[in-house]
Write a protein that binds this ligand. Structure first.
Ligand code: TEU
Length: 570
């Protein structure tokens, strides 16, 4: 593999940091940029190529930074612009790229653009947001029976329209009332937002994660969304099919213009968050934002993997559908956990380290860019939070039916000392730590220091996987073909030129015979296994309970394999 063929965002491993929860240097119980400085060597050792930081911009923090008040300023909680420049510099020196989180769909209601827009109907910036007089119920007086223009619901509850009494019109907000949606049909809005992006590109950032990028344009006629039959109590929002408030074709045009801007900066990357409809797998919709593979997003998130049951067959189905959806010149991403969802360790693995190892192997041996979520590598679980510690507005609103997103945002667990080394001992962290950071034994001692000390820890398993991934270009560049169909096993071959890595994952707690079709050549040898890689171990030996085994082989890939995804030459 030559440098010419290596793209950090394609072949590297990316890591999401929720900055409030990573490392606190100032002693206020909230993570910050200087705290992150001291942890960069840890990330470099882990083998991370890029960091995505959830928003660090100035914000009233109603949605913890996803409500931006100033896109060109760092929130004082996190530090200053100088700290940020230093972060970019230090990370780059370690070979780590920095991705910022840009919220295009909405701003905070405290953003000067919105303040000006809401000031009056004649404001020059009125049209930068989405305003409407509302509709009247037939025959009834306007004052009593005024209704929002349509049935759209906000993701965080209630109607997506709020009446602004002073200027006497409704404005649209697909999230909180304090997160008004921008009008992307107005080219001045677009230009202004692109300017904000340029500010960071000129400071040396390597790209952006674009928040809910498929929401940015809405139906011109503001038609009602249809409903689909689904039990979604208490969130009525998820009962709607988002035909008119998301996924409008104009969003692709905007992305093409943004991509053209990005392409003026070398080796930058855009990864977009795409939610087509809650509770449905629609990888084709996510993939559509890759355009022709080189004119829209570089990468798009699809969350099907998070929704997949813990069986080999289910993962195969999900992955094959995702690979088939990717345009020929496009590139997939894979993600198991993020700041909006329960952690895979809790939701899929039910706290089992053995299962977590299998999922780590799955994530890090796919074709495409893996995204880790902070703490995933040490097996952090969702925190158990009491009602009075909840901070996320959705959790507070829907408790106890839906406890919100705080549980997957608890502070990073660095050691077994007070406050897990996240913040000083005498300070209350912004969210309580998960108590499993301290102690030893099965359910305890989940922290970086313990992981580093134990050769068999999950952390060291992640490190080994990332190292193998780095060394074997079959894993970064190769094609993928699945072998056989077994409910409890997942077997696939990653092939590049004449070399292959065969990955065998046992999703069950029972020993299972390795599928014979998986092992092609006499030269095969075990590269890595959850159960140790003794030199005498045979690649074709039965898979032990929850074993993940990587086998290296030479020669042409097995003929019985299914459709191959990717040519193996990129
Ligand atoms: O998330 C989009 C989104 O739709 C989810 O928050 C979803 O509603 C949630 O998972 C329900 O469980 C993005 C960000 O990732 C999220 O943190 C922000 O709150 C949201 O956009 C608004 O900017």
């Amino acid at each position: 593999m030559t440098a010419r063929h290596y793209h950090w965002w394609k072949h590297g491993v990316l890591y999401q940091i929720y900055p409030r929860s990573f490392a606190d240097s100032s002693g206020d119980g909230t993570g910050d940029l200087r705290g992150l400085f001291s942890r960069l060597p840890y990330l470099a050792d882990l083998g991370i190529d890029g960091l995505w930081l959830s928003p660090i911009f100035d914000s009233p923090m109603r949605d913890f930074g996803y409500d931006v008040r100033d896109y060109c300023a760092i929130h004082p909680l996190f530090g200053s612009l100088d700290d940020f420049d230093e972060l970019v510099d230090r990370s780059h020196r370690l070979g780590i790229r920095i991705i910022l989180d840009l919220v295009f769909n909405h701003t905070s209601d405290e953003h000067p653009w919105f303040i000006e827009s809401r000031a009056s109907k004649d404001s020059p910036r009125r049209d930068w947001y989405l305003w409407h007089g509302g509709r009247r119920l037939a025959g009834l007086p306007w004052r009593i029976c005024r209704r929002p223009p349509n049935n759209w619901r906000a993701a965080f509850g209630g109607s997506a329209w709020t009446l602004d009494e002073s200027s006497d019109e409704y404005y649209l907000h697909l999230f909180l009332e304090s997160q008004p949606d921008l009008n992307w049909r107005n080219r001045d809005t677009e230009r202004a937002m692109f300017e904000q992006a340029r500010f960071w590109l000129d400071r040396g950032v390597d790209g952006f994660r674009l928040d809910v990028i498929n929401y940015i344009v809405k139906d011109r006629q503001l038609r009602n969304n249809p409903y689909h039959l689904r039990w979604t109590f208490p969130r009525r929002h998820d009962q709607q099919l988002h035909r008119y408030d998301r996924n409008q074709p104009e969003a692709h045009e905007i992305l093409r213009r943004f991509r053209a801007l990005m392409d003026r900066y070398s080796e930058t990357m855009l990864v977009g968050e795409v939610y087509p409809n809650e509770g449905r797998m629609e990888p084709e919709a996510s993939a559509s934002y890759l355009g022709n593979g080189s004119d829209e997003l570089h990468l798009a998130f699809d969350f099907s993997l998070m929704e997949t049951r813990f069986t080999g067959r289910a993962y195969r189905r999900t992955l094959e559908r995702w690979y088939s959806a990717i345009p020929p010149d496009g590139w997939p991403t894979h993600v198991l956990s993020n700041h909006d969802k329960p952690r895979a360790m809790t939701r899929r693995c039910r706290g089992s380290l053995a299962k977590a190892r299998v999922l780590a192997a799955l994530l890090l041996t796919q074709r495409g860019t893996p995204f880790l979520y902070y703490g995933e590598e040490i097996g952090m679980r969702d925190g158990k939070l009491r009602r009075d510690s909840l901070r996320d507005p959705t959790g507070r609103k829907y408790w106890p039916f839906f406890t919100g997103r705080d549980r997957s945002r608890t502070p990073m667990q660095w050691n077994s000392g007070p406050n897990a080394g996240f913040c000083p001992p005498d300070v209350d962290p912004w969210l309580p730590l998960n108590t499993d950071y301290a102690g030893s034994g099965k359910a305890g001692g989940v922290n970086v220091e313990a992981g580093e000390a134990d050769p068999d820890s999950l952390l060291n398993w992640y490190r080994r996987l990332i190292e193998v991934r780095r060394k074997r270009c079959e894993l970064t560049h190769g094609s993928i073909s699945f072998v056989g169909t077994h409910r409890k096993l997942l077997v696939y071959t990653r092939a590049h030129e004449e070399r292959q890595v065969i990955v065998m994952l046992n999703f069950s707690g029972r020993e299972r015979p390795a599928p014979p079709a998986g092992i092609p050549a006499a030269s095969a040898r075990i590269l890595l296994s959850t159960h140790g890689d003794a030199p005498e171990a045979r690649p074709e030996a039965p898979l032990r309970p929850y074993e993940a085994r990587l086998v290296s082989a030479e020669g042409p890939a097995n003929a019985e394999a299914s459709a191959r995804h990717g040519s193996g030459t990129r």
